[in-house]
Design a protein around this ligand. Structure first.
Ligand SMILES: Cc1cc2nc3c(=O)[nH]c(=O)nc-3n(C[C@H](O)[C@H](O)[C@H](O)COP(=O)(O)OP(=O)(O)OC[C@H]3O[C@@H](n4cnc5c(N)ncnc54)[C@H](O)[C@@H]3O)c2cc1C
Length: 317
């Protein structure tokens, strides 16, 4: 019997999708080992979050009502205290900016191994098998960890848990060591791009090097407007400074799972595909039938984007 502690992720008063994916991933582990799944919510409107995360597979929800926003030191202290209190084996955290900030410190404090950006998890009572990608996503490797561990899971790799559960909700008797809190949260500001979060978009119009010149982005903006879609891109567009980093899809960008992903003039390199392969419907526009994106597209339009995009815009308008 192996218990798991999963840590919810939220931002600006809203739970992030990965919190629901964490429940699916962690519940599978506790099913495999007949252990209990403890879910920890730190900060934010904890009661509202606890209600939303009371999902099938969760045994106990622990809430720490400490601050509205992410604070590194608070998270490290809360996760380590609850981990010890419930005697869990594994900590499962999101591979988000927050998760990647506190999970290594938690592993260090608890003297546990850490596996980040995990895309597969399998447990027995003795070992935890973690699957990760290597060489830019060309190879998946599985390593077995003996004993306890901290893992961060990649977003959009597990389906979001949705079935309502019967977890008990407990307020943690949390004792914050104020002396070791080295940072204070004074507000929240997106780095660039005016607060756009492409990972939350339902329809993405994504542009790659095929656009050729920055001024050609205008036809993409018109298409996006006609579709009420959000614009995202491949890395060369960000490297050229044509769109901000928070619009980049991929291994070193964001993982997205829209209903529709329109890949325009994007070849479909593994590093790009790593970020968008979970899209429901993929539509590719490319002049090259051999481009890898054409293989994974549900609809492949083999044509020049400068002809197809204005025609589509006209249709949608
Ligand atoms: C460590 C590492 C991390 C990386 N992380 C990322 C990442 O997060 N995201 C990412 O995207 N990349 C990433 N990359 C870069 C990645 O390897 C590719 O170089 C990149 O994705 C290619 O972008 P692209 O498809 O826009 O350009 P290209 O590969 O140049 O493809 C352009 C495509 O446009 C098509 N095209 C050209 N003209 C037209 C036209 N007129 N009409 C229609 N189609 C046309 C071409 O046929 C081609 O398929 C990373 C690379 C490394 C090494």
């Amino acid at each position: 019997m192996t218990d798991v502690l999963a840590v919810a992720d939220h931002r600006q008063g809203s739970l992030r999708d990965v919190s629901f994916e964490l429940v699916t991933a962690a519940a599978k582990l506790t099913e495999q080992t007949s252990g209990d799944l403890h879910l920890l919510i730190i900060g934010g409107p904890v009661e509202e979050f606890a209600e939303k995360l009371n999902l099938q597979g969760v045994d106990v929800i622990h809430t720490v009502d400490e601050g509205m926003e992410f604070n590194h030191d608070v998270y490290v202290q809360a996760v380590t205290q609850v981990y010890k209190a419930v005697a869990a084996e594994y900590v499962v955290a999101p591979n988000s900016a927050n998760g990647l900030d506190y999970a290594p410190a938690v592993a260090n404090t608890l003297d546990l191994p850490l596996a980040t950006d995990v895309i597969g998890l399998d447990a027995t009572d003795a070992t935890l098998a973690v699957t990760r990608e290597m060489y830019g996503g060309k190879v998946a490797t599985t390593n077995e960890l003996d004993g306890s561990a901290v893992v961060t899971i990649r977003g959009a790799e597990w389906p979001m848990a949705a079935e309502t559960g019967t977890a008990s909700v407990k307020t943690v008797d949390f004792s914050l060591d104020e002396g070791s809190v080295g940072s204070r949260v004074t507000g929240f500001r997106e780095t660039t791009g005016g607060g756009v979060d492409i990972s939350e978009a339902d329809v993405l119009v994504s542009i790659g090097r095929g656009i050729d010149e920055e001024e050609n982005l205008n036809i993409i903006r018109e298409l996006a407007e006609s579709l009420d879609a959000t614009i995202s891109c491949s890395r060369p567009i960000v490297d050229s400074g044509w769109l901000p980093k928070n619009r980049q899809v991929g291994q070193s960008g964001k993982v997205v799972t829209p209903d529709v992903y329109l890949a325009i003039g994007i070849s479909g390199a593994v590093q790009h595909v790593a970020g968008m392969k979970g899209s429901d419907t993929i539509v590719a526009i490319n002049t090259d039938t051999d481009a890898p994106i054409m293989d994974i597209a549900d609809y492949a339009i083999h044509d020049d984007l400068f002809d197809v995009v204005p025609a589509l815009t006209e249709q949608f308008q």
